[in-house]
Design a protein around this ligand. Structure first.
Ligand code: DQA
Length: 142
């Protein structure tokens, strides 16, 4: 499958930000892990990251125009309030899985709300970078 992985704001700071929550592996190594695991399973995986909401919407639209078959998205904090990303996911009709490194349901109240998850097939949270691979497995099963 041709799979697009999209990471939102502050995820490029992995290995630096709140290591007790997000771990010590840096962003580059997390990306390598996802691409390698994806390739082992016979997929073409491309990863995009932005701290800017509009750019994330542009990535989702690119996934449509360039015929990606699945999207794995960690919208970071945009998860909790971006109706624009929700609409973008709905608009392209590509199976999309939401991933969070941390278990957002056992953290602050505001993180328990996802406005983007209802536009997705499902949400995976709390398994660190393994969550991205679980999401790829989920896309395979569709
Ligand atoms: C996150 C959880 C969000 O609440 C937070 O804003 C992030 C990372 C996660 O992967 O656990 O930036 O999406």
């Amino acid at each position: 499958m041709k799979i697009m992985v999209i990471n939102g704001p502050n995820l490029n700071m992995l290995g630096i930000r709140e290591k007790n929550i997000y771990g010590t592996k840096d962003y580059k190594d997390v990306c390598k892990y996802i691409v390698n695991e994806g390739e082992k399973r016979g997929h073409q995986v491309e990863i995009f990251q932005s701290n800017i909401e509009g750019e994330i919407i542009n990535f989702i639209q690119k996934a449509y125009f360039e015929k990606y078959e699945g999207i794995v998205i960690n919208p970071g904090a945009f998860t909790h309030y971006s109706y624009a990303i929700h609409d973008a996911i709905k608009g392209v009709d590509i199976p999309t899985i939401e991933v969070h490194l941390s278990n957002v349901h056992k953290r602050e109240e505001f993180r328990k709300i996802s406005v983007t998850a209802p536009a997705c097939v499902g949400q995976i949270a709390g398994f660190g970078e393994v969550g991205y691979i679980l999401a790829i497995n989920a896309l395979e099963s569709m």
